[in-house]
Design a protein around this ligand. Structure first.
Ligand SMILES: Cc1cc2nc3c(=O)[nH]c(=O)nc-3n(C[C@H](O)[C@H](O)[C@H](O)COP(=O)(O)OP(=O)(O)OC[C@H]3O[C@@H](n4cnc5c(N)ncnc54)[C@H](O)[C@@H]3O)c2cc1C
Length: 201
């Protein structure tokens, strides 16, 4: 397998998931693990947001700035998280073990994948159609979609995060959803409940 975990989507949920997993890559339970993110940010809903109501973010910050800084943060602090830029996922194939992720430029295999591409319809990734349902927490007139899941798990190894998991569209909710998936994956790797905290010395 190319990756133990591959995150698809570099918006709020995908970035949050990548930062938490990235922060654990030097832990013993992550030894020899390979993690990556297909960091496509162009169509993130955050690109058109002006944030005033998000805890920890300076009121009046443009969403695009948060996305750009998030990528630099990830690159500088957690280089073990492989960043794949300028690729868009076209399809996902379920293998006997794991998944094949097909982009417009390459193919990758991964034991686990996290799909965090937002709740916009139509859904343009082939191979996941059987999990698509109408979004349960958005206006029907908006025609939003989600992947059927239980606590972010669609099926073993296949996770969904952010608005595509059925959450309402707020920055903090999407971010928390991505972080929740990250800790579920770390918990699986570690064999016991796991979180990653840095402390003041
Ligand atoms: C105009 C506007 C204003 C907003 N204002 C606020 C606000 O003031 N406060 C607040 O809390 N929230 C606000 N939000 C909501 C917030 O932006 C969303 O809740 C959040 O972006 C959802 O995160 P997500 O990760 O689910 O999706 P997104 O952030 O949309 O991320 C999805 C990511 O997937 C990528 N992607 C899509 N398709 C593919 C593919 N095929 N392959 C690879 N990558 C792909 C996209 O490029 C994108 O980066 C606002 C939203 C909008 C539209």
């Amino acid at each position: 397998m190319d990756f133990d975990v591959l995150i698809i989507g570099g918006g709020v949920a995908g970035m949050s998931c990548a930062l938490v997993i990235g922060s654990a890559m030097e832990k013993p339970y992550a030894e020899n693990r390979k993690a990556g993110i297909i960091l496509h940010q162009k169509s993130s809903h955050l690109q058109s947001a002006l944030l005033k109501n998000v805890f920890g973010i300076e009121p009046g910050t443009a969403g695009g700035e948060v996305l750009k800084k998030g990528m630099i943060h990830l690159e500088n602090l957690y280089p073990a998280m492989e960043i794949i830029k300028k690729e868009k996922v076209k399809g996902v194939e379920e293998l006997e073990e794991g998944f094949r992720v097909i982009t417009n430029k390459a193919e990758y295999t991964a034991s686990k994948i996290v799909v965090a591409v937002g709740y916009t319809s139509p859904f343009r990734i082939s191979g996941l159609e059987q999990y698509l349902i109408p979004h349960k927490k958005a206006k029907v007139s908006k025609n939003r979609i989600q992947l059927r899941n239980e606590d972010h798990l669609v099926k073993p190894g296949l996770y969904v995060a952010g608005t595509l998991a059925g959450w309402r569209s707020q920055f903090a909710i999407a971010s928390g959803s991505g972080a929740a998936v990250a800790t579920d994956i770390l918990t699986d790797w570690n064999g016991e409940h796991t979180k990653v905290h840095d402390k003041l010395t």
